[in-house]
Design a binder for this molecule. Structure first.
Ligand SMILES: [Zn+2]
Length: 321
C-alpha cells in the first residue's frame, strides 16, 4: 500500500496507439452516457475553472477534497505547460470501478486509483481505493490533471508514454529517494524496459508497470536537465508541428533514437558506478568489523596475560614472605 500512496494511479489513456484502441473500446460509453451512467447524483464546481466533480452522496468528502486540490494545483500545472486558458473537463468519483472495468474488457489495471482520458477530457477516480489511501489524492489528482491539461495544450498530437508519464510524475512531485533506490535496483537487475518498448504501451502487470513509470520519470528529467523552461517551448513546437519526432529534433537537434541510446548508456553508467560504491560499502564494513574483532581479541589476550603475570608475581612475593 505504500506504493499506492506514492504512485497509485492508472495509466494515461492518451492520444496515441494505446489510446486509439482504448478510446474506441472504453471512452465512447463513458462520454456518451456521462456521469449519469454511474448514478452520480451530485456535482460540485471547481471555483475558478470550468471543471465539475461528480459524485454520489457517500463520496461527498472525497469529491470536495478533489475540488480543493484542483483549485490549488491547476494554476501551477497549467502554468508549467504554458496553457493559458483551461477548457472544461469533468471528474467522476465512481463508487465501484468493477462494472466499468467489465465494459473496458478489463483493460484498465486493477491497481490504479484514478484514470485520465485525454481525448474525452474525463477523469475517473475509484472512491474505494482513494478512501483507503486518503493522502494519495494529493499526488494522484495532480498526476491525472497533468494528463488532461497536457492534452488541452497539444492535442491531438501522439506522444510517447514515457514522456507523458514522466511529465505527470514530475508535475505531481511523485519522485522520492525510495523511488530512486527502486530504479537503481531495477537497472542493476536488468529489469528496466527500454524507452522504445514503452513508447506506445506500458506492461499490464503492476511491478513491471511501476518499473516503466520509474524509467519514464528518469528519461523525462534527463531530457529537461538543462531546465524546465524548455518545456513550454517544446510544447509550443509540438502543437505547431503536430509531430513529436519533428518537434524533438527542432528543440534539441537530436533524434529520438539518438536520445534513447544516450539515455540508456547514461543510466547504465550512472547506476553501475553507484553500484560500485554500494559494493565497496559492505566490503569496507566487513573489513572494519574484522579489524575491530581482532583488536579486541588481542587486547583481551594481553589483559589476560597481564593478570596472569600479576598473579604469578603476587604468588612469588607471598612465597617470599
Ligand atoms: Zn499517468
Amino acid at each position: 500500500m505504500i506504493d499506492m500512496e506514492h504512485r497509485g494511479h492508472g495509466p494515461v489513456v492518451c492520444s496515441q496507439a494505446l489510446a486509439i484502441v482504448l478510446v474506441a473500446a472504453i471512452l465512447a460509453p463513458v462520454t456518451a452516457a456521462g456521469a449519469g451512467q454511474f448514478d452520480l447524483e451530485h456535482s460540485i464546481p471547481v471555483r475558478s475553472y470550468p471543471v465539475r466533480v461528480f459524485y454520489s452522496e457517500k463520496n461527498k468528502k472525497i469529491a470536495h477534497r478533489i475540488a480543493e486540490i484542483c483549485e490549488e494545483r491547476i494554476p501551477v500545472l497549467a502554468g508549467a505547460l504554458g496553457l493559458n486558458a483551461v477548457a472544461p473537463f469533468q471528474i467522476q468519483v465512481i463508487p465501484d470501478l468493477k462494472p466499468y472495468q467489465r465494459r473496458a474488457q478489463n483493460d484498465l489495471p486493477t491497481w490504479g486509483i484514478a484514470f485520465a482520458f485525454m481525448e474525452s477530457q474525463v477523469m475517473l477516480v475509484d472512491a474505494k481505493r482513494a478512501a483507503s489511501a486518503w493522502n494519495s489524492l494529493e499526488k494522484v489528482i495532480p498526476h491525472e490533471l497533468s494528463h488532461l491539461l497536457l492534452a488541452q495544450r497539444v492535442a491531438p498530437v501522439p506522444m510517447p508514454l514515457w514522456f507523458v508519464e514522466g511529465l505527470a510524475q514530475w508535475q505531481a512531485g511523485q519522485w522520492s529517494v525510495l523511488e530512486n533506490w527502486r530504479l537503481m535496483n531495477a537497472v542493476w537487475s536488468g529489469k528496466t524496459p527500454s524507452l522504445g518498448r514503452i513508447a506506445a504501451a506500458f506492461p499490464a502487470a503492476e511491478m513491471q508497470a511501476r518499473d516503466a513509470y520509474r524509467i519514464s520519470y528518469a528519461a523525462f528529467t534527463f531530457r529537461f536537465e538543462n531546465g524546465l523552461e524548455e518545456l513550454p517551448q517544446f510544447l509550443s513546437l509540438l502543437a505547431e508541428t503536430r509531430s513529436f519526432t519533428d518537434a524533438f529534433v527542432a528543440q534539441w537537434n537530436e533524434s529520438i533514437i539518438e536520445f534513447y541510446v544516450r539515455f540508456h548508456e547514461t543510466v547504465q553508467k550512472r547506476y553501475h558506478s553507484r553500484l560500485l560504491i554500494f559494493q565497496t560499502g559492505p566490503l569496507f564494513t566487513i573489513i572494519a568489523v574484522l579489524f575491530l574483532f581482532i583488536f579486541i581479541r588481542v587486547k583481551l589476550r594481553n589483559r589476560r596475560k597481564l593478570k596472569k603475570m600479576e598473579r604469578s608475581e603476587l604468588g612469588l612475593s607471598l612465597d617470599d614472605r
